[in-house]
Design a protein around this ligand. Structure first.
Ligand code: PHE
Length: 414
């Protein structure tokens, strides 16, 4: 029934009008896949940590953060879409599940860390398919220099070392200017310093891409690894970039990065420093490195999945036969004046069915010309990764989806 609190690792939090965490989501918090020895996400974390041996390696920060920490401290505007209850999970108006590892930048900088990596589970409301899951894992990395001649000398020396490393390797890099009118230097930065720091971030990440993808995406002189830098925008970095890697005929977005906004460093009490930060999604990279075809597999406890992996080793996943799919459609009229958001539908389905929902597709949407009401039809693909589902079982789950749609979201089933 209705309750006025949720309990998360032994602590009770009052709920309010914007509470939208579900038991299915809260059940993921204790799992911490990135720290499970032998799990592909843990091995990938270790591999990246080994590339940055003199950095602090953090991986145990709580996913519960204030919206202030997730957004405001990082200069997100008040009306940023990421804040919407349709996009993020709220425990209540004062507490949410972090949507990115950048939420911890200020506290880690404040603790005095100047070279660090932080790995964590992050939470975003999304549609359901083979490459989207509402919980995934990110790694944040950052490096600060003192914003003076000595710091810039250290940066230049590091750049020379990294440049030599890259010169000996089979990598082709498509670059963009470090600074441009559309990707500006911050007013408080000396442009020559910002250039050096941006160079350092590019060199550092190009060597990381070579380490991660050199083996799978080409690594010979006839078939070099291709890395592409593009201009990007993040509220908490400028200039900002995205890195893409060419893999199996396509450019894949791997990470976001940039020169840290001075406001972030001021808030953290390290106004005399400047530096860079990046954030990368571990699942995306692990799916490529291990040939894992479906993002839900990371959550599987099936020995046919887990037994294929060993801590510290990248091996090619051998898919085992899939169990059959079962498709169910549901059509309904949305509540008056308020078309249902697809993410609300997906969370309800996920809450009822858990990981046996493989895919949700909106197959019809129309507005009645006279009444103005919106009709929608969704097709749910039920399939377990671990066993064969019986028809009765799927029908019972679908009946629960339908009754909760009616009771919780106020739709009229057609
Ligand atoms: N936090 C950003 C994201 O999740 C990535 C990022 C991290 C960008 C650090 C710049 C600097 O998309």
């Amino acid at each position: 029934g209705l309750s006025n609190h949720v309990e998360i690792s032994g602590v009770r939090y009052p709920t309010d009008a914007i509470t939208n965490v579900t038991p299915a989501i809260l059940g993921k918090l204790p799992l911490r896949l990135h720290t499970q020895p032998g799990h592909p996400l843990s091995t990938l974390r270790s591999l990246i940590e080994a590339h940055y041996p003199d950095y602090a390696h953090l991986s145990s920060l709580s996913p519960l953060v204030t919206p202030y920490k997730n957004f405001d401290e990082l200069s997100f505007p008040k009306d940023h879409p990421g804040r919407a209850v349709t996009d993020s999970y709220y425990v209540n108006k004062d507490m949410m599940l972090r949507t990115h590892t950048s939420a911890h930048e200020v506290e880690v900088f404040r603790a005095g860390e100047t070279k660090w990596l932080l790995t964590a589970d992050v939470y975003r409301r999304d549609e359901i398919d083979g490459s989207h899951y509402p919980v995934f894992h990110q790694m944040e990395g950052a490096r600060l220099f003192s914003a003076d001649a000595a710091g810039m000398r250290e940066c230049e020396e590091d750049n020379a070392r990294l440049r030599q490393q890259l010169a000996r390797s089979d990598i082709v890099i498509e670059d963009v200017p470090h600074i441009s009118p559309t990707n500006p230097v911050q007013p408080s930065h000396d442009p020559r310093h910002a250039e050096l720091v941006a160079k350092n971030l590019k060199l550092s990440l190009n060597t990381l891409m070579l380490k991660l993808f050199g083996g799978v995406a080409g690594s010979s002189s006839e078939n070099p690894l291709r890395v592409r830098w593009i201009e990007a925008y993040f509220p908490f970095t400028s200039p900002s970039f995205e890195v893409e890697v060419f893999f199996q005929g396509k450019w894949l977005e791997i990470l976001g990065t940039g020169v840290v906004r001075q406001a972030t460093l001021d808030t953290a009490g390290v106004a005399n420093k400047m530096g860079w930060a990046f954030g990368l999604g571990l699942e995306r990279i692990a799916m490529i490195l291990y040939s894992i075809p479906d993002i839900r597999l990371f959550w599987s406890t099936d020995p046919r999945f887990l037994s294929q992996f060993e801590e510290g080793k990248i091996t090619t996943f051998r898919p085992y036969s899939k169990y059959p799919s079962c498709f169910k459609d549901v059509s309904f009229w949305s509540p008056k004046d308020q078309p249902l958001h697809e993410n609300d539908f997906c969370d309800l389905v996920r809450d009822v069915a858990g990981d046996i929902v493989e895919d949700v597709e909106k197959i019809d949407n129309f507005v009645h010309p006279k009444t103005g009401r919106t009709s929608m039809c969704f097709r749910i693909n039920y399939r377990s990764m671990d066993r064969s589902l019986s028809n009765e079982e799927v029908n019972a789950i679908q009946a629960q989806v339908v009754s909760r749609l009616r009771d919780q979201l106020g739709v009229e089933i057609r």
